[in-house]
Write a protein that binds this ligand. Structure first.
Ligand code: MN
Length: 637
């Protein structure tokens, strides 16, 4: 056994003594080590070093026995040849559930930036898939150890991992307020992703380190003395360190254009030196009393004063913030009761929203409101690890990696309409994880859903409301079904009329001049053309009636020598007026070659598909080949 592995085993065995049932953890230690036996890390070390390191982190976070066991076994389902039941039989369903959860979450987060397009949805998806806060914590501890040992990976892999850490894991750590993990993760990732900038920040900090720690020490002493002089005894004053990454982000917001990062004066960050005064009495009025004392003693900046006790942040963060001058530097003082301090530290939501949005006083936007619900678990962490804020939600994924959040019970049809109404209207089928499913199949968390569409399908049938779960989908279906019905009728009526006119008089209704069309509408007492089409389609107006009215007007217009078509025919030959078709004069026609009718022959008109209108002798044999619909009554003028 390698020396490192030996040492880590010893450390773990020592640390688990505080647990009620360390033997069970020991059993997992042996079981896991056997399963991973022979496997190596990229560094060449025995693989089992990794699960032990993760378990040690979980112990540091003071999680329960099941979490420690799950941490030791967290990679076994993925990398060793065992099943859920193998773990469940030995260590119980609880442990098996956590290990399975970690495996599921790993499948989501691996290469996630490549696969998913929206980060906030991705984080929600991870939380929803975790179901147990311990799953998330093991995953964070897992990522932390992988980041600590990242030098064994290729440089390009290191960058991808760091980017993923900053964009996916750090915010998750922040949501559940695991400040320790968050700071470690972001500083390692920052160092790898932006090595030059990390170096600059490190230089800025170290240049100032002696001075600022001296000032902080004196500042704390001064405040302690001041409070004791004012007869306070039950309080704590302490400083805090900012992570390199959050300091870097703060500087970015302060720095002016053209200014060099290297030359930034760190003392411009007014809360770079910051101390908390925590009142053990838990009396709010003591906080204000202390504020009064502090403001009387130090020169303070009115601009930087915020009373989050009188007016808590929307996420319920409570504290008084004030910035004072001390030994030539800006120093921030945060005053709060011990209860407020605990709530702020452990209530994960507190700091998230305004920090992530990048502005000090920005209100949390709605998109982060859900994070608040995560605080619930801290109310009784010993007994309640359940992460159920998304219990009534499922997260489904498009083949392109867009995550769609849906209420539980939603079907593939809901999914289609959720992507876009167009997609819903063109729906002809769906695949879930590659398999064709029924329209009303309910979507499960993590399903990859592909909607099959057809360009020709433009309208949902009304009965589809039976296949939708969401009322918003149902109302869309209703709306589109009706809207398309009207549109369909209009198109229908228009086409029918056009076809009928062509058949009967060889004039396309659609080409008629507006004087003719308006005449028809007037005669039939219609206001709009769409009304005419709808009535043609539903047969409340007879096409023949329209034709009669139109023909009358057409002849009238032709007599007045006005154009009857919007598109004027170029060649107005002499013979144009010689044949009257169905009572209409002025149509363009040609003589059929088969029978070559001459003036005063008995004739008929035939609408051909390619060559337009032709006249045949009435007894021509060719006529039999034509549809009766295409034969027009024709007379010589
Ligand atoms: Mn792992």
């Amino acid at each position: 056994m390698s020396a490192t592995l030996e040492n880590l085993r010893r450390e773990l065995i020592e640390k688990i003594k505080i647990y009620p049932n360390p033997d069970k953890i020991l059993e997992a230690l042996e079981y896991g080590q056997n399963l991973h036996d022979g496997q190596l890390r990229k560094s060449g070390e025995p693989y089992f070093i990794h699960p032990i390191e993760v378990a040690l982190e979980i112990i540091r976070l003071q999680l329960d026995e099941d979490a420690v066991i799950a941490a030791l076994l967290h990679d076994t389902l993925e990398d060793c040849n065992i099943q859920y039941t193998d773990i469940a039989e030995r260590f119980g369903n609880n442990v098996a559930d956590i290990v399975e959860g970690v495996t599921k979450v790993s499948n989501i987060t691996d290469n996630s930036l490549k696969r998913y397009s929206e980060l906030e949805s991705l984080r929600k998806f991870v939380i929803a898939s975790s179901k147990d806060i311990r799953v998330l914590l093991i995953k964070l501890a897992d990522r932390l150890h992988n980041m600590k040992t990242i030098s064994a990976l290729k440089p390009e892999k290191q960058i991808i991992y760091s980017d993923e850490t900053l964009k996916v894991y750090v915010p998750l750590a922040e949501y559940i307020w695991i400040g320790k993990l968050k700071r470690e993760l972001e500083d390692i990732a920052f160092r790898i992703k932006e090595p030059e900038k990390f170096q600059i920040i490190e230089n800025l900090i170290s240049k100032d380190a002696n001075l600022s720690s001296e000032i902080t020490k004196n500042f704390i002493n001064t405040i302690e003395k001041l409070l004791i002089e004012n007869e306070f005894s039950d309080f704590k004053v302490f400083g805090r360190t900012k992570s390199y990454y959050s300091l870097y982000n703060k500087i970015l917001r302060k720095i002016k254009e053209g200014e060099e990062l290297e030359k930034f004066d760190i003392s411009r960050i007014k809360d770079y030196i910051a101390v908390s005064i925590v009142m053990g009495s838990n009396k709010t009025r003591d906080c204000y009393h202390v504020l009064g004392i502090v403001h009387e003693y130090f020169q303070y900046s009115e601009r930087d004063f915020s009373d989050y006790i009188a007016k808590p942040k929307p996420n319920n963060y409570k504290s008084i913030h004030t910035v004072v001058k001390f030994e030539g530097r800006f120093c921030e003082i945060q005053i709060k009761t011990a209860q407020m301090h605990d709530a702020n530290e452990f209530g994960p939501a507190s700091h998230i929203a305004y920090k992530l949005s990048g502005q000090k006083n920005a209100k949390p936007t709605n998109q982060f409101q859900w994070v608040k619900s995560l605080t619930k678990w801290t109310e009784d962490p010993a007994q309640n690890y359940k992460l159920d804020i998304f219990d009534n939600k499922v997260f489904a994924i498009t083949p392109k990696g867009k995550i769609i959040e849906l209420p539980k019970g939603s079907t593939t049809l809901d999914f289609a309409y959720e992507i876009h109404s167009e997609v819903g209207n063109k729906y002809i089928g769906a695949k879930i994880n590659g398999h064709i499913v029924k329209i009303n199949t309910q979507i499960q968390n993590g399903d990859i859903v592909e909607i099959l569409t057809s360009k020709n399908h433009k309208q949902p049938p009304l009965e589809w409301i039976n296949y939708a779960f969401l009322s918003r989908t149902k109302s869309k279906i209703k709306r589109f079904a009706i809207q398309f019905d009207i549109e369909k009728e209009i198109t229908n009526g228009k086409n029918e009329l056009s076809k009928y006119f062509l058949q009967k008089i060889k004039i396309d209704w659609l080409n008629l001049d507006s004087t003719v069309i308006n005449h028809v509408l007037n005669e039939l007492n219609l206001k709009e053309i769409d009304e005419l089409y709808t009535k043609i389609s539903n047969k409340t107006i007879n096409k023949r009636t329209v034709l009669k009215v139109a023909v009358k007007k057409l002849n009238l217009e032709i007599e007045k020598d006005k154009p009857i078509l919007t598109k004027k025919e170029d060649d107005k030959n002499d013979y144009i007026k010689k044949v009257v078709f169905e009572g209409v004069r002025g149509l363009d026609y040609a003589k059929a070659k088969c029978c070559n009718p001459i003036y005063n022959d008995k004739i008929v008109g035939i609408v051909t598909l390619r060559d337009g209108l032709k006249i045949h002798k009435a007894d021509c044999k060719q006529i039999i080949d034509f549809d009766e619909e295409r034969i027009l009554d024709a007379k010589w003028e």
